[in-house]
Design a protein around this ligand. Structure first.
Ligand code: HAM
Length: 415
């Protein structure tokens, strides 16, 4: 029986991969501009890292993590997101002693056992950025602005809406949860089974439920913004003012609460109406308590993660055609005596940085030219026995079909 990839996991093939490279390149360039350094953390972490940071009553921890027992009996988990690992690494390497602020970015796969559908996978990829060490509202805004610039440079800005909210401190959230629970309790029987359970474990998530009945019930629910401290309100006001100064269009979504417990203060989502149910293309927020929560000092932070698969889907919608990289030259050879020279010529050109395609199988000129055409190389070098004796090869312009004789030692220069 044929072996297929695991359900919810997917391969990324050419030509689609060139879109991934393009998006990654834009992100790296923007991160460099903002002073971010790349960090690579392991895909596998001790389970406790995620239960402590993401929260035991979240969907991710309750039902989506790939958790198993390692050979030494310890519980380990494939990372469902990148922030926790970055913060673990930040603490483990005492980065906070080296500089008051750190800007770190990462790209890589994440794992969540969700129900696969368009834009939602079990093995997916994120590009994330974390700014550790600043309480300033300007740090939130800079983070949002950087993310916005990435989508603008990708020419996807017109597909994206920015939603923001403030969820205050964990203390404020405790008070809000109580009030929300009290508000929802009289309607318990009308909530969907999942929300009924959430009422006890994590009532905030009920605000996110897509069920029409639940949506109706939460319509008049108290809002978290009315439960946050004066300081949090001031922080949020400054964030909004600065966003407006930068002429960033956003909406305040008072029901935006995010699905991970570590957030405090500003939260945001970059959403689209082009991808159906999976409308969040990127998301993030502030997490002033997380470093302490997992054993580090008191260090505030803010960050985001872009969902790569969803960004690529948007990119495909916007740019139906996308360039694939092609070799510049195809080297064809005729007769066994020319093979070694042609092979060596290929290596010389590559050493000079010229992308070359070469076929090792001995074939007729016609079939080699067919292959050259398929490779989309604009030029073919034809190494023939007779010409070779005179130190010459033929250079064929594939579009015009014109062939010219070229001195073999002048080729690199010419190309
Ligand atoms: P998140 O909202 O869980 O946040 O994920 C960020 C983005 O990853 C989502 O907006 C979505 O585009 C993408 N994503 C999430 N799950 C899937 C999936 N199953 N399939 C495809 N794409 C998916 C975080 O992960 C936080 N760590 C973000 C952050 C960084 N907050 C602060 N710093």
């Amino acid at each position: 029986m044929q072996i297929r990839s695991v359900k919810g996991f997917h391969d990324i093939l050419s030509p689609e991969i060139s879109r991934w490279h393009y998006i990654e390149k834009i992100c790296r360039e923007v991160f460099e501009l903002y002073g971010y350094k790349e960090i690579r953390t392991p895909h596998l972490e001790y389970t406790e890292l995620f239960t402590r940071s993401i929260g035991t009553t979240t969907d991710i921890v309750e039902k989506e993590m790939y958790t198993f027992q390692d050979r030494d009996g310890s519980s380990v988990t494939l990372r469902p997101e990148g922030t926790a690992g970055v913060v673990r690494s930040f603490i483990e390497h005492h980065l906070y002693t080296k500089s008051p602020t750190h800007k770190l970015y990462y790209m890589g796969s994440m794992y969540r056992h969700e129900r696969p559908q368009k834009g939602r996978y079990r093995g997916f990829h994120q590009i994330g950025a974390e700014y550790l060490g600043s309480y300033a509202p300007g740090a939130d805004v800079e983070t949002i602005y950087m993310l916005w610039n990435i989508f603008k440079l990708l020419e996807l800005g017109d597909y994206i809406k920015i939603e923001i909210n403030s969820i205050g401190t964990s203390e404020s959230r405790k008070k809000y949860k109580k009030a929300l629970k009290a508000f929802l309790q009289p309607n318990t029987k009308d909530l969907c089974p999942n929300c009924k359970r959430k009422l006890e474990t994590n009532p905030l998530r009920i605000l996110d439920c897509k069920n029409e009945n639940c949506k109706k019930i939460t319509e008049k629910a108290p809002l978290i913004i009315d439960f946050i401290t004066e300081e949090s309100k001031k922080h949020f006001e400054e964030v909004k003012n600065l966003l407006s100064t930068l002429e960033i269009t956003y909406t305040v979504n008072y029901k935006l609460v995010r699905g991970l417990d570590y957030y405090t203060e500003t939260v945001f989502e970059f959403t689209t109406d082009k991808l159906g149910a999976q409308n969040a293309v990127a998301a993030g927020g502030r997490y002033n308590e997380l470093v302490e929560m997992i054993g580090g000092p008191k260090v505030p932070a803010v960050g985001f993660a872009i969902g790569m698969e969803r960004t690529v889907l948007l990119h495909k919608l916007k740019f139906k055609e996308w360039k694939e990289s092609h070799p510049k030259v195809f080297v064809a050879w005729l007769g066994n005596k020319t093979y070694t020279t042609a092979f060596m010529l290929t290596q010389t050109l590559r050493k000079k940085g010229i992308p070359v395609e070469f076929g090792h199988e001995s074939k007729s000129l016609k079939s080699q030219l067919k292959k050259a055409n398929k490779s989309k190389a604009p030029f073919t070098l034809i190494v023939g026995e007779e010409e070779l004796e005179k130190g010459i090869v033929k250079l064929r312009d594939m579009e015009k079909g014109i062939e010219t004789n070229v001195q073999i030692d002048k080729i690199t220069e010419l190309l």
